[in-house]
Write a protein that binds this ligand. Sequence first.
Ligand SMILES: [Zn+2]
Ligand SMILES: [Zn+2]
Length: 420
Amino acid sequence: MDVKAIRGFNDVLPDEIGKWQYVEKAAREVFEGFGFSEIRIPILEPTELFSRGIGEATDIVEKEMYTFTDRSGNSLTLRPEATASMARAYLEHQLYTFDPVAKLYCIGPMFRYERPQKGRYRQFYQIDAEVFGVENPMVDAEVIVMLIHFLNRVGLEKLELQINSLGDRSCRPRYREELKKFLTSKSFQLCEDCQRRLQTNPLRIFDCKVETCQAAIADAPKVSDFICSECQKHFDKVKEYLEMAGLTYILNPRMVRGLDYYTRTAFEVVSYQLGSQNAVTGGGRYDNLFQEIGGLDIPGIGFAIGMERLVSLLPKEKEFVLRPDLFVAALGEGPFKEAYRIINQLRLAGVRAELDYESKSLKSQMRRADKLKARYALILGEEELKKGKAVLRNMATKFQEEIPMANLLETLKDRIQQNP
Ligand SMILES: [Zn+2]
Ligand SMILES: [Zn+2]
């Protein structure tokens, strides 16, 4: 076939899907335990939502969005992130009239036109959690505690939590000016993009990977030296609540985050698991976002986890492939029909059971049972069947026993329990 997937778009195949389902299930369980509800939002939104919500002077809006005009002439964009859409839904459906506090999560694909690399796709998946309507620093800590708990739950170890405060509307502009002044004196060192950023959004120069730009910002003023007393108080409380929850953290005064709407608490989780340093996820508070998109003054905080990265960091020794509990191998026409009857019964009882649709030789059926990694095989022959019996084989130990067909389900459940 010569029709292929679009460049940067990826298939997640059955041998990988177990990891994805495992992570998604854990996210739902952990987040719901913290009082969050799932929200499902459209993949397409009016372009304006992102240009206002994320900010015009960002890489995402400037060059990474999938934007097109539909048949009615409206400019639409495939969502590059979920926060703006979740905030839009909260405002549009006036969720705040029921309860000003909304704790929401969303799992799904996002789209960015970036250069595809190994493990990085233009359609990528995120797990997002957001709290709208609470300014109290307790919720900042709560969100971080939930995130770390979730990452530990899926088996990630050697994690480092980094936090910073980015200030707010009253103190951040002053920092921005100081940073601009400082970087203007070093502008000869900046790349072309950063020359432009210097005018539009100097904070974003922190995200630039170009070496000379990194050198230029190495001794730039720190945002932590500019935050006002209100922001400092808020940040101190966040730290206190994190300590109360038993979490250790590292202060990272260089963490700035490129998006315009971030305010106050920012955090990142770094994994040292594979010997090297990997940013796993990040998030923060964004008390200005709602005003950008809707005019109401509503605080928000949340995080997004990239699923591809997370899945790649899962413990290697853990098994994620879905295996049949039982493979029924039948020899002859009578047993084949009996196998079909048994399989239906077992499946209705919740046993993952499989058979071979072509009744071939025992050898070839057992080969398929092996390939599917079945835990047990049930061998049904004419003779045994007449006696109401069959042979149950443990595929791992090769131990075989003759069992009565009458209580097959009980026997099977018992054996699976013994050898999960
Ligand atoms: Zn640069
Ligand atoms: Zn402030």
